[in-house]
Design a protein around this ligand. Sequence first.
Ligand SMILES: [Zn+2]
Length: 600
Amino acid sequence: MTTKLYSEVWDLDVFFKGGSHSPELNEHLEKVKTQIVALENRIEAFSVPTKVEDAKEVHDLLESITATALNLREASAVIGCFVAANTKDKQALLLQSDVSTIQARFSTVRLKVEQTIAKTEEDVWGALLETKELSQFTFVLNEWRENVQLQLSEAEESLITSLSVDGYQAWGQLYNQLVGDMEIEMTVDSMTKKLSVGQANNLASHPDAAVRKEVFEKLEAAWKEKEDFFASALNHLAGFRLAVYNKRGWDSVLQEPLMRNRMSQETLDAMWGAIQANKQPFIDYLTTKAKMIGAEKMNWYDLNAPITSQTTKMSYQEGAAFILAHFGKFGPELEAFSRQAFEEGWIEAEDRPNKRPGGFCTGMPASQQSRIFMTYSGSMSNVATLAHELGHAFHSYALRPVHYLNRQYAMGVAETASTFAEMIVADAALKSAQTEDEKLALLEDKIKRSATFFMNIHARFLFETRFYEERKEGVVSAARLNELTEEAQKEAYGDALDVVHPHFWASKLHFYITGTPFYNFPYTFGYLFSLSIYAKALTEGEGFEKKYIDLLRDTAVMSVEDLAMKHLGEDITKEDFWAKGVALCVKDVEEFLKIASKER
Ligand SMILES: [Zn+2]
């Protein structure tokens, strides 16, 4: 078999020639700035629509905003790629801060337009949405209007926004600063090093049990040492958030995150209900794993312990061929699209220094392309990551025929296509495993992921909900935060854990992200939602791809409940739906337990 050699370095020159010093890129940014100035001038004269004839002007304005957004996104995506591929590229870092200034200016214009349109009187509003110019934006426009109606007056909201820079977001930044200063001294492989928190966290999957335990204890001690500072930061940012909600008359701290994810409380309750009812297999898995690594009971610091040293390796070319072969079994469009991505240099995978850690997929909407970033070193988990990011790119591909304003999907559905693509590859790898040991390791990879979404993320959600309730009554001490965390972890892990992680509330950045409240349940939602689609694909077989693409195309123009009803015929406000997704994960556990009991 002759396979074509795919480049491991991406092509960014097709967008702007010459890297971060590109004159083309400079020209492009100047053009974007001119577009924004024109918009700023234009909205001076823009007022609340009063008659159906105003539809044309509203439409024109939305098109200008779209054109600017596309150009701005294109530039910021490419600059983000420069920075990721070479963290020492100073020019790229300068460009990045330029772009964020431009972005802030553009957001102001955009918000102003949204708010002005949203203030239209009820009868005119209905007529506007029926015009040929605006009917395609019905969902998005209604959402803008609903948001404005739920908020305070424009003057009050703009005061809140300006006060939030120092009174709210600053607490999140202070958190990052505190964490950035922390150092953990560790001796690994007879070398003593001062590690950053990120580096220390990476030792959680170290093969040596003593290293895992030691780094966990040192991290706990480090969090404890500064716990009063972290508690202050968390209490103050939560206090600010609650005060704003209170003024707006919002009782539930979940109102904002649910709205943003276009999800109802019933759906969220049904999801956690199905997970809570099906914890036992995952508890059994944790207990079995504990025995396999020679412990009595599972401890937090062993959750990521490797269970076998034997792992399959695949070269980049082999990995690409593997992905394409299995994508092809699902559908021709996914395969053809991914082949194009490999052939045309959409992927940066080379293992070399000065690259940012992790992986991502970013879209260049003006060129209708995407770029994938990762560092490929040949493990099966690298192959899975590559498939995951290709899934994100495929989502953008599916959305190509859709208007830009109708492509802004929420966090909950953002991982649908990526998880789906990753599942195809993970299952294929499992089927082609050569030995039982290898099979066990691949199964565990899958189960670990499920356990994270069903237990770890559940603990975060339980903790955060309870913390905000207590915070309504006053400041919550560090000691109490530890208690709340321990309770949440014991409950979410179904008492499968001996040693828990009481300072998790201090260690997890997600609790301190002011831009996205409750940065947890959408992860679990996305995972299970995607699994249910995957289950449907397995039963429907060939021909499902078209339905799948139709679903992706609708991800930003309806609530998640409507999306599931329209494309899957499922009522996701009921536990039954979620239980089916969990059952798929339980099958992995059953297989794992069977092999584990045979072997050891
Ligand atoms: Zn992803």
